[in-house]
Design a protein around this ligand. Structure first.
Ligand code: 4NP
Length: 160
């Protein structure tokens, strides 16, 4: 008998441009909320661009989310489209980029993260002030609940 833990049914990848602001914050918030809701979800993040590969998240994200952000920036790879069940784009530009590179064997559902809630993009906070980061944090909280509400029903009926 194997004692190894089963793989989570839901594997979500949060994607923004640089992977130093919105998506590392989204990754940490989604993980935190899934844990608090008792859901076993694997969460990661990446960027569509490679400008900041290897960098730690912007310190304004840490300040606003009050969570430990462990990710180091990485760029999306075609293998992500089969490794993850859900790819959550922060805005329409990133969604278009993802759709344009989606391989024919992709199994992940690729959507605007906001499409699980109000269809709104997460605005890029990089060149603005702390207030923009606070808004991103609040939006990530709402979108995490909306995403988990959506997938939980499907997971129960094996439609993930
Ligand atoms: P992110 O924010 O996509 O939320 O990580 C940005 C980070 C860096 C840049 C733009 C957006 N940049 O132009 O370097």
């Amino acid at each position: 008998m194997s004692s190894s833990k089963p793989e989570p049914q839901i594997k979500a990848l949060v994607v923004c441009l640089g992977n130093i602001c919105r998506s590392p914050m989204g990754e940490a918030v989604l993980k935190d909320i899934a844990t608090k809701r008792g859901m076993d979800v694997h969460v990661d993040s990446c960027g569509t661009a490679g400008y900041h590969v290897g960098e730690e998240p912007d310190e304004r994200c840490v300040e606003c989310s009050r969570l430990v952000l462990q990710s180091l920036a990485r760029q999306i790879s075609t293998s992500d489209f089969v490794r993850f069940t859900h790819i959550l784009a922060a805005d329409e530009n990133n969604l278009r980029h993802l759709q344009s590179m989606k391989p024919s064997n992709a199994t992940a559902e690729v959507r605007l993260w906001g499409s699980y809630h109000d269809n709104k993009a997460i605005p890029d906070p990089y060149y603005g002030g702390l207030n923009g980061f606070e808004k991103v944090y609040q939006q990530c909280v709402r979108l995490s609940h909306a995403f988990l509400d959506n997938v939980v029903g499907k997971a129960e009926t094996n439609e993930v």
